[in-house]
Design a protein around this ligand. Structure first.
Ligand SMILES: Nc1ncnc2c1ncn2[C@@H]1O[C@H](COP(=O)(O)OP(=O)(O)OP(=O)(O)O)[C@@H](O)[C@H]1O
Ligand SMILES: [Mg+2]
Length: 271
């Protein structure tokens, strides 16, 4: 089983996440291949983990043999229908195949066995996997993609390949796979209104109350928008520095100057 990325401290239900869920449902329904792309740090992995409930399922799937899985795990798998996999750097395609293949098999068997127990009817395992999300898909080479295409053809399921912008171009080099791509979805950064909502939480964490209509706060918000462009990861890194700057200087209000001072300590430009 591939390593599972850590859960965010507290998930925020954003418009982008809802758009992602819609996209994933369309891919699942049409049993097609979908590409999801967007710059680093905007929430692609977090959305996929939330959709698949993988942070809950994966540790259980590793802990127990599928035959010993309980109804609770089976229900979680059945609800999600989704297997999440992070393509690893330097992994051989056999490793990838074994890792993801095993997850898909166990996941399918856990659900199937539960159905069998309840109804007394035999079911086929892997067909229980309705969607596979592969994260960091630019790490996949031709052999990986060929195997995935074959799995896709055999199992009548949806596949989402997630990566940075440019992944569409990269995938177009594999015509057989590319011809099966039904949707391409751009994951976008937080828009202004939602960013303000997220910022209110950051303000609160610092023990402050934000007032959007107040000049100082409006200026500080504008500075955050400028610096982060609505990127979740940059927001977190920026606010870790904001907290530091405020503490060191014993400040009690969050101004544009504080944001600027925090920004200057960051190496930004990854987006
Ligand atoms: N909906 C959300 N609610 C709360 N925090 C979030 C949310 N989305 C993203 N984050 C925070 O932003 C960070 C970056 O998100 P994530 O890892 O999903 O980005 P990514 O788009 O997958 O980036 P990369 O391309 O570098 O893998 C997360 O670690 C998380 O802390
Ligand atoms: Mg990611």
């Amino acid at each position: 089983m591939g390593g599972v990325p850590a859960k965010p401290q507290s998930f925020i239900m954003t418009k982008e996440h809802r758009r992602y869920v819609e996209f994933a449902s369309a891919v699942r329904r049409s049993k097609t291949i979908g590409l999801c792309y967007g710059p680093a740090g905007i929430g692609k992995t977090v959305s996929a983990l939330r959709l698949s409930n993988w942070n809950t399922i994966a540790p259980e799937l590793t802990r127990v043999h599928w035959e010993d899985a309980d109804a609770k795990l089976a229900a979680a798998c059945a609800r999600s229908g989704t297997v999440f996999h992070t393509a690893r750097v330097g992994a051989s395609w056999r490793h990838f195949r074994d890792d993801l293949g095993l997850d898909m098999y166990c996941f399918g068997r856990v659900v199937a066995l539960d159905v069998e127990r309840r109804t007394g009817q035999k079911t086929r395992g892997p067909s229980q996997v309705e969607l596979v999300v592969v994260d960091e898909a630019e790490r996949l080479n031709a052999a990986f993609l060929e195997w995935l295409r074959d799995e896709f053809d055999c199992n009548a399921m949806g596949v989402i390949l997630t990566g940075m912008p440019g992944i569409e171009k990269r995938m177009s080099r594999y015509p057989q796979l590319y011809s099966r791509v039904g949707f391409a979805h751009e994951y976008r950064p937080l828009q202004k209104e939602e960013l303000v909502f997220v910022l209110q939480r950051h303000w609160r964490k610092l023990g402050l109350e934000m007032n959007e209509d107040e000049f100082t706060d409006a200026q500080a918000i504008a500075a955050v928008v400028r610096v982060t462009g609505g990127n979740f990861r940059l927001l977190q890194r920026l606010f870790a520095q904001v907290e530091r700057v405020m503490k060191i200087n014993e400040l009690s209000s969050l101004t544009e100057d504080v944001i600027e001072a925090a920004r200057s300590t960051l190496v930004i430009g990854a987006t």
